[in-house]
Design a protein around this ligand. Structure first.
Ligand code: GRG
Length: 295
């Protein structure tokens, strides 16, 4: 199977896994569950699920515990998107080609469904403990995911980003923001998949560095697409960085230099993968494909 067919097949599998863990739409709380499902099933690229599944596979994982962890990771990511789109943050109307959650369900339900998904993520991962022979690995994986999501990761980066809206931002501050706001949520699944499979600490650290390079490249590619793409292709508004007076690699260096930086970071991520034992062919192709993604 060629890379694109393999990617499509794995993405469909990830979608199916996610459906297994959707909250039931029942009783008085059914509208909250519906709002959670609305955003979760809107058809994202499922990148974080695929990264986790792949490092789990590379290092020999063979239990179903990976499923609730993959779903939990996507719930955390989706929660961040719902909250990022709220009027208090980016105030965006479209995401994943659909109206944003708060546009359909109202602002209060946008806040609550984001919170509910963050909580559900940990409930879902905890449900995996029943079916694993290695609960200590699952604890460590959850610890990494919680840390990378929180104040020392995504939320730390996002809050710094928001605080600096409209202010001059230099490359060092921008790198801090990208490392935390974006890269932390790509490091987490790479590391967690390997931890769940029992990989050693050096391997996990190397995957953290890989995720850091991949994450920065991913965010810079996002900056470029915000300038050069269209709403139809991206499924979300373009020129939103300009609207929010945000400094990005694209606004700071121009899209050409930003694209060069994406290539450099991608090759660094690939060379880190080359240093690992195991079959990293799919992961390498995946990392490379992210550098030229169109959405
Ligand atoms: C909790 C109030 C509160 C806010 C959280 C952390 C946060 C807000 C938002 C982060 C969202 C963001 C802008 C992340 C940057 C990384 C990025 C470009 C995410 C988009 O990821 P894709 O392209 O999305 O993988 P899909 O839709 O494909 O899943």
């Amino acid at each position: 199977m060629n890379f694109q067919d393999e990617l499509n097949s794995r993405t469909r599998e990830a979608e199916d896994i996610l459906l297994l863990f959707l909250p039931r739409e029942e009783g008085y709380r059914s509208r909250l569950a519906e709002a959670c499902a609305y955003s979760l099933t809107a058809g994202g690229k499922r990148i974080r699920m695929l990264l986790m599944q792949e490092t789990y596979r590379i290092f020999g994982g063979n239990e179903d515990v990976i499923r609730p962890f993959m779903a939990g990771m996507e719930m955390i990511h989706t929660h961040s998107l719902i909250h990022d789109d709220l009027p208090a943050l980016d105030n965006d109307d479209y995401r994943r080609g659909r109206l944003t959650t708060h546009k359909v369900y109202g602002e209060a339900m946008g806040v609550l469904s984001g919170d509910a998904l963050l909580n559900l993520a940990y409930e879902t991962m905890l449900s995996g403990f029943a079916g694993t022979a290695f609960p200590e690995r699952a604890v460590r994986a959850m610890q990494v995911i919680a840390e990378k999501t929180g104040i020392r990761g995504m939320l730390g980066g996002q809050s710094t980003d928001v605080e600096n809206d409209g202010k001059p931002v230099d490359l060092s501050l921008l790198d801090y923001i990208y490392e935390n706001k974006t890269a932390a949520l790509l490091e987490a699944p790479l590391m967690a998949g390997a931890i769940l499979a029992g990989a050693d600490e050096d391997t996990v650290r190397s995957l953290e560095k890989t995720g850091s390079c991949l994450g920065a490249a991913f965010q810079i590619r996002d900056d470029i697409l915000d300038v050069t793409s269209t709403t139809e292709v991206l499924g979300k508004p373009v020129h939103s960085d300009e609207k929010n007076r945000k400094t990005t690699y694209a606004t700071l260096l121009g899209t050409e230099a930003a694209a060069q930086k994406v290539r450099e970071l991608t090759e660094k991520a690939v060379s880190l993968l080359e240093g690992l034992s195991g079959d990293t062919a799919f992961l390498t192709a995946f990392v490379r494909s992210m550098a030229s993604r169109e959405k």
